[in-house]
Design a binder for this molecule. Structure first.
Ligand code: ATP
Ligand code: MG
Length: 217
């Protein structure tokens, strides 16, 4: 579960300080899904990065699965980040690796049998079984994002943060991808936080929050 209380985050260029996130409060119970909306520049990616332990809050409480991030040292933060799955707008696939290699890329070297089963399961659920030897440029945008989802889920994350995963997809493919992503996360009881610009996609989520200039509406 995710608990945020009075979170503030600012950036400074040495002279001027800009408040990016102001007094945010948020609660997402275990296994539930949050859609995060807001105009460009409102702070969505920044918030995702604070929750993922990639940026540190100035003040306030950020607690994920009962771990308060500000209390973690570098080693603990690294362990925390390993329990997170990230999905990006531009997929971030490696062009010279096949679909299968991309999915397995960040996975541990010893690949236990149960993970092999999970790999087969995910690939089938995501409809990628005939594409495993293809290179990313031979896939449609929707297929590439399904590879990104498989890669994120194979590490058995406790939480998935997805930053505009449908930003490059048309309406139909956006719905397909978000439906799949939310179903897969539900089946595995994974917390999901997804940034989107599309109000039409919020029906798939338990909670919706809108950021406006670093504050929740
Ligand atoms: N590395 C950075 N250095 C300085 N300012 C930054 C940096 N990253 C983001 N910002 C600023 O922080 C604010 C919030 O940016 P953020 O990327 O979180 O917005 P966003 O809601 O994700 O926007 P978009 O929908 O365009 O992705 C913006 O004013 C942006 O210019
Ligand atoms: Mg962003």
């Amino acid at each position: 579960m995710i608990e945020v209380k009075n979170l503030c985050f600012s950036r400074s260029d040495g002279e001027n300080k800009e408040n990016i996130l102001n007094q945010l409060n948020l609660s997402v119970p275990a296994a539930q899904h949050l859609a995060l909306l807001g105009d460009s520049g409102s702070g969505k990616t920044t918030l995702l990065h604070v929750l993922a332990g990639l940026l540190q809050a100035d003040s306030g409480l950020v607690s994920v699965n009962d771990q308060e991030l500000s209390l973690l040292d570098e080693t603990q933060l690294t362990l925390y980040r390993r329990k997170i799955g990230l999905i990006f707008q531009h997929y971030q696939l490696l062009d010279c690796l096949t679909v299968k290699q991309n999915i397995l890329f960040q996975h541990k070297l010893n690949f236990p049998k149960q993970d092999a089963n999970e790999f087969d399961h995910l690939v089938t659920e995501l409809g990628l079984q005939d594409k495993l030897d293809a290179l990313p440029h031979q896939l449609s945008g929707g297929e590439q994002q399904r590879v990104g989802i498989a890669r994120a889920l194979l590490n058995k994350p406790q939480i998935i943060f997805a930053d505009e995963p449908t930003g490059n997809l048309d309406r139909k493919r956006s719905h397909q991808v978000v439906k799949l992503l939310t179903e897969l996360c539900s089946a595995r009881k994974i917390n999901l936080v997804m940034v989107t610009h599309s109000h039409q996609l919020t029906d798939y989520f338990d909670h919706v929050k809108v950021l406006r200039d670093g504050r929740f509406d």
